[in-house]
Design a protein. Sequence first.
Length: 487
Amino acid sequence: MREASGMADPLLDRDAATAALARVSAAAGPYLDSLAARPVHDPAAAKLLAGLAGPLPEHGDGTAAAVERLLEIGTATATASSGPRFFHFVTGGTTPAALAADWTAALLDQNAFARVSSPFAHEVETVVLDWLRQLFGLGAGWGGALVGSATFANFTSLGCATQWWGERQGADTVRDGLSGLPRMPVLSGGYVHASARKALQMLGHGRDTVEVFARDDVGRADLDGIEQRLAGLGGAPAVLIANAGEVNAGDFDPVDALAGLAERYGAWLHVDGAFGLFAALSPRTEHLMRGIDRAHSIAADGHKWLNVPYESGFALIREPQRLGTAFGMPGAAYLPGPQDPGGGYGLYGPESSRRARSLPIWATLAAYGRQGHRAMVERHLDLAQHLARRVDEAPELERLADVPLCIVCFRVARPGLAEADLDRWNRAVGEALIADGRVFCGTTVYGGRVALRPAIVNWRTTPADIDLFVDVVRELAARTGPDVTSP
Ligand SMILES: *Cc1c(COP(=O)(O)O)cnc(C)c1O
């Protein structure tokens, strides 16, 4: 299938781009249409993955053949994580406007490093950060940075917190690092996400620098414990992490109370709102985010509840000039500095060269506005309540937590079974769900018990998808139940 010889050089194949894009576009329609019904994962298709491998080609197949092969294998083997029944992790889809804008970002291939590399990308990012600020009801002074994920948003936020913490002690951590300083106190409840620890590990504080104050085995924050520790620091600066939307049940730390503690003791308050920040979009849930405007930094994801493609996260910072201080990159003669007119967002965050990930965010907010995104959030709130009802009605399902948001934490259960047997059964159901592929959901450990925790944040999801999910869980629970002897 090799094209005419010499096609291996892209310069000689340059006219192939239009046809290759047309092929992608032609494949897109059927793929998107299939999402409503196709399984999330087809284990039988995995054998096709071998078609990607082999030694590095000496002479390429040319644009058309390579793209065709990728499309064929990709559409057959990809998990349908942009479809309506991928309830594992917290996984958003991609709205039509966001998907088309993401293709546009690849077409234009801007380097969103600075104004000098792309005034267009810089302007879109400026608009988008202000729209996000307004979407979440934050005051006019807030700024931020678009990053690849909530992990990087935690990193960016806690990087600013580190710079602030050093400054409070007359140290310049940006220039000199952490050596010679005491350990930075970081306090949180038991809901603290692994990615906040990862951010602290990348920043040189170590992931175990987090002191966890939990009042139960689910992880609810022990505010008295946090306050006592703050009082015991004798005025030394500390960082508080509030968790707004934890991953097991979608519960919230009391952001407002933690903001009060931060103010009383002069601490930096960071809020990890990877998906929970979107509670601010609905009058039904905005109380969960009360106090958010008193935080110093907020981390959130675009690729979860905003329904834009990977990779998309953002950090919002109350004193945005700290971004340039913490992440500026002075000293290279060919680069602009953070305050230069030619500078830009590559100097206000951890990445330098970066794609224009603002485009899909701009497009989805331009296309659907505040009310469209509110409607999507509220539909997911309704679907989560619908799922909770279906769980409550099923005799062999036991809900383990309230459902404040978009996650339903439950397990299969039967009276009289020992906890260890229940854990084994629930793990078996989790594994069977992944192997089955009709719907997708993972297990967790909640309050010491193995549980399922479907998260609903995809714009395509309907009540029928939730019903199918419950039906499949019940079917697999019966098939893996404790009276079934394994082969
Ligand atoms: C998903 C999540 C993260 C990490 O997000 P990534 O986009 O995977 O980096 C952090 N915190 C919370 C609460 C999350 O749900």
